[in-house]
Design a protein around this ligand. Structure first.
Ligand code: XMP
Length: 514
């Protein structure tokens, strides 16, 4: 049976990071809402309680029933988790005199405690809390402090229970990974069997059992998630998977052909649909960004459905939903940060069941699974690309000519990013979360080419660094590269006479311009 760690989410911004750290220890974990501990699941080998934006004394603070797991399996409370356990167990939590935030150094560490195995005596940790624990439960003892925090860490003497007020999951806690390893591997007994290879092996078996000889449809976008999902499914059920790839005419230069070729090279059964005429016709004269998105979404569903209906014996719809999509939609604070971009509204009469084999993976794990499946590098390391494509990178109305101009400019830019090698030999493209060109087609500016006055559109270049697209910083691209890109675009792309570089972060800007 696959072992797992449960992370109960009390709403902290770093809960996902705890999950990632546990996965990096080759251990499967699930992040669940704070009050959804799976009591009857025998595969759970340990529980981690996350931090929270609340104080334990807030009326709306999240509470969980500790009796469900404390004393039965090892427990680690982090920050709010530590305070909650203290408060419930007869200890005391009070507002800290000064907000304890930032770097601190541990002292009085009990180096014999299994949680601190291998620790340096004054290891640096990261604190971030407004409350502090002033008394711990009677059955507990302190196992580390800092100058300001008496109970930086404590452990029970009667139960497998540990708690830390600092954040082991963040980078600034220097031995945080060691601490989590001590908990997950030594204390909980993880066999560290979770790997892309084991994932592929078990998932292919499960998919074979689940799908049998049923027919499955999947919408491909050319992106990493849907491509990996399709390849994994094809490994399990071969030609019983039919993929549908819709060309709305606003993909990158030659992208449809290139991606179709890559898919065919992978042995996928793909139906390519060129629906660009329909999209261009429906978008004619539309300038409002939201309206553009709505039209594209609606047309997409229509075209996809028309194809899907042809596969009348299909029983399943597969989607490349990944774990962060699910966590966001489960978000206990109720804030939807990014809306889901899956194929919606398939006709009800098709009665399709949903199959989402990547639903437990983080983005980098999806890429590693893609590698394991032998997919080409260019496909699995591609930057994210919005569903509505270049339509949201053309300010103003959309015409095939504008798309062509932007495709040319974008292609020059992206190729330069691939060709530029960083000091470590890696392509600059791979150091960046996402890059693309934007055509400011509602603006014209004056220029001079040869002896002639020009009056044409500017192109803006965008490149950002990010880990999850929720926040992003503009990438500090080298000037010499920007100079070459600008020069090439203006010289080679008719219709463009000016190139700007976008130096806005998200927030307050967004990654896409529309
Ligand atoms: P923003 O512009 O909101 O974008 O900062 C965040 C991330 O989402 C991508 N994006 C989309 N992806 N359909 C998609 O599949 C869409 O409609 C869409 N809009 C934005 C964007 O490229 C970035 O990675």
């Amino acid at each position: 049976m696959q072992q797992k760690i449960i992370i109960l989410d009390f709403g902290s911004q770093t809960t996902q990071l705890i999950g990632r750290r546990v996965r990096e220890l080759d251990t499967f974990c699930e992040i669940l809402p704070y009050n959804k501990f799976p009591k009857d699941d025998a595969s759970v080998i340990g529980v981690i309680l996350s931090g929270s934006p609340y104080s334990v004394h807030d009326a709306e603070a999240f509470r969980t029933c500790l009796d469900d797991f404390v004393g039965r399996i090892p427990v680690l409370g982090i920050c709010y988790g530590a305070q909650f356990i203290a408060n419930e167990g007869g200890g005391r939590v009070e507002p800290a005199g000064t907000r304890e935030y930032g770097r601190a150094h541990l002292q009085d560490i009990d180096l014999n405690d299994p949680l601190f195995r291998g620790f340096e005596p004054h290891s640096q940790v990261w604190m971030s809390h407004g409350d502090t624990i002033t008394a711990i439960p009677a059955h507990c003892r302190p196992i580390a402090s800092t100058t300001d925090v008496r109970f930086a860490a404590y452990a029970s003497t009667t139960q497998p229970l540990w708690a830390v007020q600092f954040h082991p999951e963040v980078f600034h806690t220097v031995q945080g990974t060691q601490l989590l390893k001590n908990f997950v591997v030594d204390i909980c007994g993880s066999r560290q069997e979770w790997s892309p290879a084991s994932f592929v092996e078990t998932t292919v078996q499960e998919l074979k059992a689940q799908l049998g000889s049923d027919r499955v449809i999947l919408g491909l976008s050319g992106g990493v998630d849907s491509s990996v999902c399709a390849t994994l499914l094809a490994r399990a059920i071969g030609n019983n998977l039919t993929c549908i790839f819709v060309d709305h005419g606003m993909l990158r230069k030659n992208e449809f052909q290139k991606v179709m070729q890559a898919y065919q090279g992978l042995g996928l059964n793909v139906v390519g649909v060129d629906a660009s005429e329909k999209f261009f016709a429906d978008l004619k004269g539309v300038t409002d960004p939201e309206e553009k998105r709505k039209i594209i979404g609606r047309d997409f569903v229509e075209v996809f459905n028309a194809e899907a209906r042809k596969i009348s014996d299909a029983r399943w719809l597969a989607q490349g939903t990944i774990y962060p999509d699910r966590i966001e939609s489960l978000s206990i604070t109720g804030m939807v940060i990014k809306s889901h971009h899956n194929v919606g509204g398939l006709p009800k009469e098709m009665h399709l069941k949903l199959c989402e084999p990547l639903q437990w993976l983080f983005k980098d794990e999806v890429r590693r699974v893609g590698q394991e499946l032998g997919m080409p590098e260019r496909l699995i390391r591609r930057h994210p690309f919005p569903g509505p494509g270049l339509a949201v990178r053309i300010l103003g109305d959309i015409t095939p000519e504008k798309v062509r101009i932007l495709q040319e400019a974008d292609d020059i830019y992206i190729e330069h990013l691939h060709n530029y090698r960083c000091d470590d030999g890696e392509e600059l493209y791979h150091k960046i979360w996402q890059a693309g060109a934007v055509l400011l087609s509602s603006i014209r500016s004056v220029g001079v080419m040869g002896d002639e006055r020009t009056y044409e559109h500017p192109v803006a270049l965008r490149a950002v660094t990010s880990t999850d697209a929720m926040t992003a910083d503009w990438a500090h691209l080298p000037y010499d590269l920007l100079a070459r890109v600008s020069n090439d675009i203006i010289n080679r792309v008719k219709g463009v006479n000016r190139v700007c570089y976008d130096i806005s972060s998200k927030p307050p800007s967004t990654i896409e311009w529309e």
